[in-house]
Design a protein around this ligand. Sequence first.
Ligand code: ADP
Ligand code: GLC
Length: 485
Amino acid sequence: MTIRVLSVASEAVPLVKTGGLADVAGALPAAVAPHGVEMTTFLPGYPAVMKALSRPRALHVWDSLLGERARLVSGKIDGHPLLVLDAPAFFQREGNPYVDSSGRDWADNWRRFAAFGRAAADVGGGAVRGRTFALVHAHDWQAAMALAYLRFSPPESGMRVPSVMTIHNMAFQGHYGADVFPALGLPPHAWAMDGVEYHGGVGFLKAGLEAASMITTVSPTYAREIRTPQFGMGLEGLITSRGDRVRGIVNGIDTAQWNPATDIQLSKAFGQLSIGKRVTNKRALEAEFGLDEGDGPLFVVITRLTWQKGIDVLLECIDHLVGIGGRLALLGSGDKAMENAFHAAAMRHPGKVGVRIGYDEGLSHRMQGGGDAILVPSRFEPCGLTQLYGLAYGCVPVVARTGGLADTVIDANLAAVMGGVATGVQFDGVSYASLADAISRAVTLYWQGDTWRAMQRAGMKTDFSWNRSGKAYADLYAALIAEDQ
Ligand code: ADP
Ligand code: GLC
């Protein structure tokens, strides 16, 4: 029997992406399909999403969804079912889904994503004729209110459905003042410690975590880390109290998009047995970044420029990296001060440091295919995808030992190297000393040609496709549905 799941997310490739959440939400339908799950993705009707729909037809109309008129329209995303909340007052704006052109959160984000949650609860709860779902799966704070609405104010015509709340990043929780509560349209008893109330205000993610039948996050290590104040960021108590209802399921990568043997972005395709061909991509990358040609190690970084990613510490380490013969190519955007600091570093080290500020999907592929090592010095990393792409492309990950980075990279300690299972370099604690040391270790390993080659090959051999995790989600859905009956 097919299990119908509504996956509620604020972004999904190929329609809208600001980070890894989009990769995961976009890949899940295909990941669970072989295991008897038909997943429908529910997205806000941003301009890019509306544009991708051919002749949208209204399946449902809300005369007043948190005060605005809205429609439910349907389409396809990569051949899988798609539902879209067409609510122009909330989502028809150019730019980023969450922030305005000056980088500030849209002032009405609480209303936009409460409306999205209300609509998702109606759809997931069975209010739309001909569309019923056995389970609702919400991602991050933007979707979390769906579960609060399902719990406290399910659609009248609907039925009870179990739910999964996935945390992709605990740093974003959607906290608002108590004054927004009346406008949410929830019954008074939802204002409770185990409801939507959070430190005297409203907590969107908190409300979803309280309401969910099961909580998942995107790696086993992060599932443990968020029980502590450092990583739980205020929600550690709630997470701990939910005991074995919190699980880690590691993200996979979409091997149709990320495969060095077929990637049309690369000058030269390659596989495990032809790693030597990567040199053509390295030459092309050097040219693209205006770097000196050379056999020495070329480090790459592909990232949002934020504190989470340890970018401030990376900036401190650039002189060291260059000093020991490394070169660096960075693609990223975010914090303006960090962007400027990278431009300054490139000026300081012409031919050695190349910087591209912006977002460029194609370039990110070429960097994985031509770089020697990818640096991911994150302070916390729920899963991380760039190290997984690195592994698949023979671009050896140098990572902080946290979250998904700890779970997916095997450090090149002596035993791992001798056993031929090392796939990267890990370091503890994000500081100048630890990152500089990790960069030095990587450079030393790089010059031990055979060891490096073995690490590249071991990484490329590791299966980080969605096979296992797709089944893990499907099994979880089936178990929650069975438990509910
Ligand atoms: P996060 O979601 O925290 O940003 P992930 O590693 O899970 O971190 O996912 C980041 C995703 O965004 C990856 O697919 C990565 O390749 C991509 N990415 C990040 N910054 C850029 C950029 N400037 N240009 C292109 N792709 C980027
Ligand atoms: C978040 C996390 C990242 C994770 C991604 C997808 O953006 O920061 O670690 O890989 O979500 O789950």
